[in-house]
Structures are given as C-alpha cells and as structure tokens.
Design a protein around this ligand. Sequence first.
Ligand code: SF4
Length: 364
Amino acid sequence: MNRIDPKLAATLRRPDELVARGLARAADLPDLEQVAARYAVAVTPDIAELIDAGDPADPIARQFIPSAEELITSAGENADPIGDDARSPVAGIVHRYPDRVLFKLVHVCAVYCRFCFRREMVGPGKATALSEDAYQAALDYIRQHDEIWEVILTGGDPLMLSARRLAEIMADLAAIDHVKIIRIHTRVPIADPARVTPELVAALRGEGATTWIAVHANHPREFSANARAACACLADAGIPLVSQSVLLRGVNDDAATLEGLMRTFVECRIKPYYLHHGDLAPGTAHLRTSIEQGQALMRALRGRVSGLCQPEYVLDVPGGHGKVPVGPSYLSQDRDLARETRYRVVDYCGEVHLYPPIDNDGRG
Ligand code: SF4
C-alpha cells in the first residue's frame, strides 16, 4: 500500500486543525467550534488527501468537513432517527426483525460523517460505549433467542477494535449454534485502509459462522489506491463484500456519479446492496434529497448499468419500523381494461407497455 506522508499522518479532530490544513475557512471557525462541541469531527489522512481544498463544492469535503448548516435542526429531525432505542431490549442490541440483530460494539469511528444517522450516539465521550458486563449481557440475549440467524456488527465502526478483540468477539458469536452469519458494517477500508492488516483479516474470517462485510462509500473518488488494496485484501480472503451508500445532496445526487460509484464497487468485488435515503438526523437537511429525486436517479441508473451494479434504494422508517424499498416502481395495474387484470410496465427507456401484451384483435 502507498504510505501517507508522515507530516500529514495525524487524524484532524479540531476545527482549527482543519483551518490550518486549508480544509475550512478561518472566518467559519466560531460556527465550526459550535458544531464540533455537539458532533464529533475526524478526518483521517487518507480522507484529507482526497479533498480538493480549492473546490468549495468538493464531494469528499462535504461528507467530512463540518458546516455551520449543521447548527440548524429542521422539522422532523430527531436524535434517534431510525428508532434504535425503541427496539433495544438490552444495551448494545437492536432487535428490529425476528431473524437478526444489530450489535453496537463501539461508539467511535475512523471518520465522522456529517450526515451520520447515529451522530448523537457516536464519538469520543458519548455515553454509548459498551462495558464488558453489557457486552456479556448482549451475548446472553443472542444466546437466548434461537431465532437470531444473523448478527450485524455496527456502531460506531467495529473495525476500530483491535484484531485480537475482534477475533474474541467473532469466536464468541460463532460459538452460538444458531448464529450463522456475522455481518460487519464499516467505513474503515475507505477511511483508514492501513487498519486492514493480515491480522485483522484473519480475525474477521473466523470459524463457525460466515462473515460478510458491508463497505460504506458514497463517491467513486473515495476509492484511493490504498482503499482498493484494503478491499482486495478482504475479498482475497474469501469474505463476501456488499456496499452501503447514502444518497447525499451535492455528493452523489447525479446519475453519472452514482453510476461511477456503483461501477467502482463492482470493480472492487463489492456487490451494490443499499442506497439509503438520507435519515432525519439533526442538522442534516442540507445533505438530503427528496425521495422523488432518489427515484429519478434510480430510474436513470437502471438505464445506464447492469443489474450487477444496481443497489436497492431504501428508507429507514422513523420510529424503528425497519427498512422499506422506496422504488421507483416499474409496474402498475391497468385499470381501464375491465376484462382481466393487465399491468402497465415501464421499460428502462421510460416507454410504457402492457403485460400480457394485446394482439391486433385486441385479445390478450
Ligand atoms: S462511519 Fe458510520 S457510524 Fe461512523 S460517523 Fe460515518 S455513518 Fe456514522
């Protein structure tokens, strides 16, 4: 892997450091200090190197450099936008669907995304760190619920843990007979790829349960040579990789960027999985699109790339009610034909067809 210049090798965590690196304006410092007092800030050297400091609309900066707009809380936004708390039977566990749980192991990340749906819960000093007793109680909960087939490690970013600790956790989970799948959601291969060492990869492979990894990225430029190498290490170890992205205004809300992102995932052996509609996290309205814009982009994507490159566009229903695909729909019933049910099908060019088709006599 390429090495980062040692002079730039520290993660930037304070607004004055961002100003000193030319990644934020000195005039904005008072506002950014207010933002940083509420929401964690971290920009790793790998991410800082990707930012074009001369471009005020840089899509990487928009994801990681704080903005005064985060001080505005809009209607509908709340501290727990996808309802984790409502579905948490014990600390660290979210049990929203019968066959799977989220296991929130850590409350820290390599970088802090400005749109984070758990921004009130992640970051240094947050009260959501899991103690050893709470960890054991969470394991007990999983043991006692034999309907749990899949455990999704999330946080925070689970790959912030040491390889040794991750190996222990993977072994603890794999020792539970009914846990067959351990899925890890992470931004580390993109934001701090040097953490993906042979020891970490060995820890993740585990034994007794199948590991899947969901890699979070939102713009094709996030795939630096180091990030691609980290993803390749995971894929070479036989770990299946899927993607997760968030649709973000000014980052990836155009068809060409989304196409580039999905193609890059596939080139890196990461199957596109989820494109999330932006959650109603506080201070994130400036980064959200409308659902109609998201549907139009998904329609455009369908016409540009193969099914291999198609993610599912999903909305997490506020209140803890889970994810739903939000279209677009290509099928509707044709109500004008009383004789029998027919469907109107929209093809990838936007042309409408009837199914089953009607022959020249008007018969099906
Ligand atoms: S890596 Fe994930 S949990 Fe951490 S700040 Fe970004 S979106 Fe939030």
